[in-house]
Design a protein around this ligand. Structure first.
Ligand SMILES: CC(C)(COP(=O)(O)OP(=O)(O)OC[C@H]1O[C@@H](n2cnc3c(N)ncnc32)[C@H](O)[C@@H]1OP(=O)(O)O)[C@@H](O)C(=O)NCCC(=O)NCCS
Length: 172
């Protein structure tokens, strides 16, 4: 069974991050943006996922006092729909709790149904819309938020997802 290894992203990972970023987004962030995130943004927490030594996905949050904002999440196309993003988001929400966040929020393109399914599975619900938020195509963003991270409902959702991920991947 494949082992999935999660670890904080470092500057040494950014070559592999760029590969995933460029195949995942129509408006990829430049490597310089990730360098800033990892070296100077004290609110930022990024986690990478490796299988057999290869970075297959990563995601990040900003810890803004009592709110954790999911900034990005991407998985190599060949490794999608196997639970990698679920494992990453489980880890990021745990990091959010450790950092004192009460809820998690995010923005997602209205057309991005894959990502929305992932987020809805985590209990994120739509609470608003940012009109023409994305510069590249003028698309709207959905604003989504979780319930209270410490609520029994949220903890139960994540416990069920954790069981599913652990069945899919060997523990590293
Ligand atoms: C959105 C994205 C990050 C999801 O990544 P992923 O690794 O495929 O997500 P997961 O595998 O954890 O979950 C996706 C599906 O796999 C299923 N899955 C399969 N095996 C699984 C397992 N062992 N454990 C958990 N889920 C599993 C999930 O049920 C889910 O099914 P669904 O899509 O039918 O609901 C990925 O599609 C991506 O990189 N997209 C491009 C970048 C992007 O849009 N990022 C989001 C920006 S807001």
């Amino acid at each position: 069974m494949r082992a999935l290894v999660l670890a904080p992203l470092t500057v040494a990972d950014l070559g592999e991050v760029a590969v995933i970023e460029n195949v995942s987004f129509t408006a990829p962030w430049p490597t310089s943006a990730y360098t800033t995130e990892l070296t100077t943004n004290r609110l930022a927490r990024y986690v990478g996922a490796r299988i057999n030594g290869t970075l297959v996905g990563f995601g990040g949050i900003w810890l803004m006092v009592d709110e954790a904002h999911v900034t990005t999440m991407a998985v190599l196309p060949a490794n999608r729909r196997t639970g990698v993003a679920t494992a990453l988001l489980l880890e990021l929400l745990q990091e959010a709790r450790r950092g004192g966040a009460r809820v998690a929020t995010l923005d997602v393109r209205v057309s991005n149904s894959d990502a929305q399914r992932l987020y809805r599975a985590f209990g994120f619900a739509e609470v608003g819309r940012r009109i023409r938020y994305y510069d590249d195509n003028g698309e709207d963003a959905l604003v989504m938020t979780t319930a209270e991270l410490e609520s029994p409902t949220q903890l139960a959702i994540e416990a069920a997802l954790r069981t599913r991920v652990e069945e899919g991947f060997a523990r590293a």
